[in-house]
Design a protein around this ligand. Sequence first.
Ligand SMILES: Nc1nc2c(ncn2[C@@H]2O[C@H](COP(=O)(O)OP(=O)(O)OP(=O)(O)O)[C@@H](O)[C@H]2O)c(=O)[nH]1
Ligand SMILES: [Mg+2]
Length: 613
Amino acid sequence: MSTDWVQRLRGAIEAAAGSQTVADADTAWRQVADSGTVRTTLVGPWSAGKSSLIKRLLVEDGSPIPQWLTVSASRETYEIREAGSAGFTYVDTPGLGSDERRHDLLALSSVAATDLLVVTVTPQLLGTDVDRLTALVDGTAITPYGGAFFPPGALIVVIAKADMAGVDPIDDLDGFRAMVDRKRSAVVTALQRRVRGELPPIIAVVADLGGQHARNPNPSAAAFAEGREWDGVQALRAALAAGDGRRLRAAAQVRHWARTGALALEQATAAVSQSQDQLRRMEADRSRVLVLEEELAAVDASAASRLRDEIRDEMHSVIMQGGVDTTAQLAEKISERLDSSVAAWHAESTSKLVALARRAQIELTPVAAGALAASPHVEQFVKHAAFPGQRGADAQLTDFVAKGLLLADKLQELRLGVKGADVPHHLNEYQALVDRIHPDAYARTLSLLGIDGVLTDPRYAQELAGLQKHEGVSDLITYLRKPGGITSPAHAEKLKNTAHALRIAADVAPVLLELVHMQQQERASQHLRDKRAQLQLQADGAAKRLADQILSGGAQNSGWRGQVAELRTALQAGAPSEDDLAAAAQRGRDLTAARDSLDSVLRQMAAVTSLED
Ligand SMILES: Nc1nc2c(ncn2[C@@H]2O[C@H](COP(=O)(O)OP(=O)(O)OP(=O)(O)O)[C@@H](O)[C@H]2O)c(=O)[nH]1
Ligand SMILES: [Mg+2]
């Protein structure tokens, strides 16, 4: 049943290409369905005489000829135009086989949604004419698998300009008729070689003998009286009128939906292969990220063990040098040496993280938004197949690299500018000032004071003055301006971190001092050696604690571990999760299933002998 086919096609198209495609096809169909006339479309090569034929049919019907309906020896019709006449709507199309592909497509899109299709061929019967006719008769012009899309009567072949076949009907009518028969047989033979079943009627027509009325915008019917017996126009009109309107309309509807289905199939096939590509990229990204994560873990582990060794070595070398008498002196000395060596370690390790982040940027495929070129509906489908968790890993990695580079730089030139022993005092003073300021005002002060040179730059004077109206801000700024102390909130933050280190160093200082003293003894006894080894163990334990402290970076998690975690997050954002992958694979399967079921409807259409009720 034709309505069954339409329903099946609609459902399959909706599943494969989305509801918008169905809505668009509905709108297009309604334009045909809403008119009460028999839609009759003429297609054929350019200059075949299509416009002249429509003009002639209008003259025969006694209908007015629209102004656009012009005829000439060169290519003339560039768009699809309609002319109504005596229950018919004649649709004129641009000539096929022109070098401008757009015209071909325009004309082809109209061959489906029409009640009657008149295919004009020239008496020369070119190879392309035969190909096109074959494709229409076997239905492969409508869908890739073909089918009986034109029931008997819906397709009419016209050998146009038959007077150009070689014999002039005025000079030799019998010769002309014989020639026309040969031409018709040639078309039949050519078609029979290619298609099985009933062939469409083939009518030779002379719409305008010698093209003599081409320039007359309004010729009278009488002007064509001379050829009435042999020009084939009446035979054509009879063939046009013979069709059962309802049957033709039902077949046109099936054809329209089959054509829509064929286009949707093309798009869905493209979408399936896009989604397969996408899935492959996602899988590749996922395994790349797993490798990068392993490398990150290795960088992390080696940085941590290097830091522990470094701290232990620094402690050892302070002990070896000797020359210190008090625990305070020793703590100070160790903390000074650690400041610079830890900064160097941090800078070096950070640059390893940056290098890893850069590699990830290169290796992980950024999702190219514009790469999905198919129709907007298909694009929507494929977009859903893309993993939804993508939050711009590339942006995160870029961010990480920029921050990491800055951090590495800053650490390289880290200078505390405050004596280690004075740090607690300075911090207390600073904290007391901060405590007086309202948290909101402090947050703003903090971000402003974070800008380099803000206290001396006149551009910030007004904003600073504004902030100074708040309780305590003015005192804080005055304090920060004083040389020799804390110079900025960032500076205070750094000092807080070193204060931890200092505390541990102060902790272990008595042990170390004793080690120093033992070092100074000229001959160590066995007892002393044992004691020394024991103390050494304690010192190593302190070195490890200190390293862990630096690695974890205090309460804000701003240290090494924080950096590693940040990079890991950025890497993971670059990789689809197992869930994303599974969802994309499922969507790919859904899309493939939808495409396959549309494909199968179109194949079934090709397999039946009639698509009619
Ligand atoms: N001898 C002869 N010439 C014809 C006949 N019909 C049309 N022509 C001429 O053929 C040329 C092309 O005619 P058109 O009607 O413009 O052909 P068309 O197929 O509409 O061409 P395009 O719009 O360019 O695709 C014109 O010079 C016409 O005068 C005919 O029956 N016999
Ligand atoms: Mg034309």
